[in-house]
Design a protein around this ligand. Structure first.
Ligand SMILES: [Zn+2]
Length: 329
C-alpha cells in the first residue's frame, strides 16, 4: 500500500485546470523539458548473438565472437555515465526483474520457444555486477527506477515484488518507471503502480511512432498525485539511424523545436545497448546531438523523477486553490 506522504497532498488536491500552469512553474525560465530514460532490457549479449548470427550472415563471426563471456558489447553503463557526465546531465535507468521461467513459469511455458528466448536474455538485478551498477548510478545522481515485466502489467502483487527487489538492492525507494514493451492494461496498470507507491509512469507511447501524440505536458490520469510522462521518442522509431544519421538528428531537432514552441515536457528512451557504435552505428551520436542541442535551446534536462520533484515544489509554491477546501487546519 502507498505510504502517505504529506508533501504530495497539494499535487493530489490540485484542480484539473491548474496542472498546466504548475508545469510551467516547474519549467521556471527554461523553454521546455527533456527527460532522459534508459530501459535496461538485456545487459548481456547471449541469445541475441545466435539470433543475429543467423539473421546477419555477413557478420556471423562478429556476433558469435562478441557473445563470449569476456566480451559484452551490450554492457554500456559506464560509457553512458561518462557521456552524460560530460554533458552535465543525468538520466533514469529502469531495471527489469523478470520471472524465472523454471521457478515461476508453468510446465506449459517450459515448452514455449518464445518464452525460452525471452528467458535466456534475463538478468537478475541482485547479481553482483548489476547490483553494484545500480548503486553506482544512484551514488552518481542518476535515477534508478522500475521496468515492470510483461506479466506484472496486470498483476499488482508481482509488480510490488519486482519493485521491492530493486529497492532492496538500491537501499532506497524508487519513484517511478516504465513497463517493458510499453505494456499497459488501460488505466489498470497505472492503478497498480499508484497502489504500490510509484508516483509516476512513462509507458504511454509507441515503439514505431514518435511525436506529441499524447500531449505536450504530463498527465494526471486519476487527478491526483500520480503522473504519467508520455514517451515522445524511442530510438528504434527513428528512420534509418545507422545509414542516415544526419537525417535522424534532424528529426530529433524538429521534435526539440516543437517542444520549445509548446513549453513541452518531452521524454526520450535510448536502450543502453544502442550506445555501442559497433553494434548500432549512429545511435550514440544521435543521442549526444539531441542532448547538446536541447541544452543550447535552454531546455531543462534531467530525469522524470527529478521533474516530478519540481512539480511537487512548484505546486507548493503556487496559490492554494485546490479542488476542495481543506476541512481541518
Ligand atoms: Zn523493455
Amino acid at each position: 500500500m502507498t505510504a502517505h506522504d504529506d508533501r504530495l497532498e497539494p499535487l493530489a488536491r490540485l484542480s484539473t485546470g491548474r496542472f498546466e500552469s504548475v508545469v510551467s512553474t516547474a519549467l521556471n525560465d527554461h523553454e521546455f523539458a527533456l527527460c532522459l530514460t534508459h530501459d535496461v532490457d538485456r545487459p548481456y549479449k547471449r541469445h541475441q548473438a545466435l539470433y543475429y548470427a543467423l539473421h546477419e550472415r555477413s557478420r556471423m563471426g562478429y556476433h558469435l565472437r562478441t557473445a563470449l563471456p569476456d566480451r559484452n558489447p551490450y554492457w554500456q553503463f559506464e560509457d553512458i555515465m561518462t557521456l552524460e557526465a560530460d554533458l552535465g546531465v543525468r538520466s533514469a535507468f529502469y531495471f527489469l526483474q523478470e520471472p524465472h521461467l523454471l521457478a515461476d513459469g508453468s510446465p506449459r511455458d517450459w515448452l514455449s520457444l518464445e518464452k525460452w528466448i525471452q528467458f535466456l536474455g534475463r538478468y537478475d538485478v541482485r547479481k553482483e555486477d548489476i547490483a553494484a551498477m545500480v548503486r553506482e548510478l544512484d551514488d552518481g545522481g542518476w535515477e534508478v527506477g522500475l521496468h515492470g515485466s510483461i506479466p506484472a502489467h496486470d498483476d499488482r502483487d508481482r509488480l510490488a515484488r519486482e519493485k521491492a527487489t530493486i529497492e532492496d538492492v538500491l537501499g532506497n525507494s524508487i519513484s517511478g518507471g516504465r513497463q517493458h514493451y510499453l505494456r499497459l492494461d488501460g488505466t489498470q496498470t497505472w492503478r497498480h503502480q499508484a497502489d504500490i507507491g510509484l508516483r509516476y509512469d512513462a509507458s504511454l507511447g509507441s515503439s514505431t511512432e514518435y511525436g506529441f501524440e499524447h500531449g505536450y505536458v504530463p498527465q494526471r490520469p486519476f487527478d491526483d498525485a500520480f503522473v504519467e510522462f508520455p514517451l515522445t521518442l524511442m530510438e528504434v522509431a527513428l528512420p534509418d539511424v545507422s545509414d542516415e544519421t544526419d537525417r535522424a538528428i534532424e528529426e530529433c531537432e524538429r521534435l526539440l523545436v516543437e517542444a520549445a514552441r509548446n513549453d513541452a515536457v518531452m521524454t526520450v528512451l535510448w536502450h543502453p545497448r544502442y550506445f555501442n557504435p559497433d553494434e548500432f552505428p549512429g545511435y550514440r551520436r544521435c543521442y549526444r546531438c539531441l542532448v547538446e542541442r536541447a541544452l543550447e535551446m535552454n531546455a531543462w534536462v534531467g530525469t522524470p523523477g527529478q521533474f516530478y520533484d519540481r512539480l511537487v515544489t512548484a505546486v507548493a509554491s503556487s496559490s492554494p486553490v485546490t479542488k476542495e477546501t481543506r476541512q481541518n487546519p
